[in-house]
Design a protein around this ligand. Structure first.
Ligand SMILES: [Zn+2]
Ligand SMILES: [Zn+2]
Length: 292
């Protein structure tokens, strides 16, 4: 029996908007019955204007130091807890700074022997799409409307995927975070999503079925059923992401991700191992040991 998540493991020790120490997060993952758990702290940002709200007091230097601290601690915990859980150490990307994000992400990736990379886009040209409904609607207005915002977002994710080829592509449709219940993408946007899925399929990427949207009251898990079904038809593997930001969110909502994956018609789900790369498990069989 396996139970796993690869996008999450943020901790208050190294992330300003998370809580708990990294060790507490790892302990919570063990308590929740995870057999494999990925730690993917946010990468540092390299320009003042790219700091997340609240990080101003840390500044660029503080973020870089925090990330280096995360790396040391995460690799140490991976060894320390190896008998109890297989930890995988990675990081979550940004497409920032807009002009040389690829260089920044590749140099971060090569600086340490990470197990994997989670490819995420949270912005369009340095403006957040997921911070607040007000900011997102201002951004949409500036770009020419909601559809234009969505097209720009999916094009940007496609570009990230083609250039960076991350092991896991995170919260594919984050851009619909603040859309009302029952929302679905227009045909025009669906075509852009199709291009994104083609790009993921082309290099063998795996998509993150991320329960943060559901847990935080922003509709179903990412991505919406229409996207997940299409990904399944195209043979793109899916995995779990709890997007945990402290002990209170470790594993919380993953049952929704599991149901979404089943509903999309997947019979197998992929999980990453340190020794044997991607493996797959029967979707009906994965769940925490304790709840069996
Ligand atoms: Zn975060
Ligand atoms: Zn993210």
């Amino acid at each position: 029996m396996v139970w796993f998540s690869y996008h999450g493991g943020h901790s208050g020790e190294f992330c300003d908007h998370a809580s708990s120490s990294l060790q507490q997060v790892v302990q919570a993952a063990i308590d929740e019955g995870f057999t494999h758990y990925g730690l993917s702290e946010h990468c540092p940002r390299y320009r003042e204007q790219d700091l997340y709200p609240g990080e101003e007091r840390l500044g660029i230097e503080g973020l870089i130091r925090a990330f280096e601290g995360y790396v040391i601690r995460a690799f140490a915990l991976r060894e320390e807890y190896a008998r109890h859980i297989e930890l995988l150490v990675g990081f979550e990307t940004e497409k920032l700074p807009p002009e040389n994000w690829l260089e920044a992400m590749l140099s971060l990736k090569s600086a340490h022997p990470f197990d994997y990379v989670v490819g995420s886009v949270h912005d369009i040209n340095g403006r957040w799409v997921d911070y607040s409904p007000q900011e997102t609607s201002r951004l949409a207005e500036d770009l020419g409307g909601t559809e234009a915002l969505q097209l720009a977002y999916f094009r940007s994710v496609t570009d990230m995927v083609e250039q960076l080829r991350p092991d896991i592509v995170a919260h594919l449709d984050l851009v619909r975070k603040f859309e009302p219940p029952g929302f679905s993408f227009s045909d025009r946007v669906a075509k852009e999503i199709e291009r994104l899925l083609d790009a993921i399929q082309a290099y063998g990427g795996v998509i993150d079925v991320n329960c943060a949207a559901f847990r935080n009251g922003y509709g179903p898990v990412y991505p919406l059923p229409q996207i997940l079904s299409r990904a399944r038809q195209m043979g793109i593997p899916a995995t779990f992401g709890d997007d945990s930001h402290g002990v209170d969110t470790v594993g919380v909502g993953l049952e929704q991700s599991r149901q979404a994956i089943c509903a999309a018609g997947y019979s197998q789900i992929s999980y990453l191992t340190r020794d044997h790369g991607w493996q797959s498990a029967d979707i009906a069989e994965v769940r925490p040991r304790r709840s069996v």
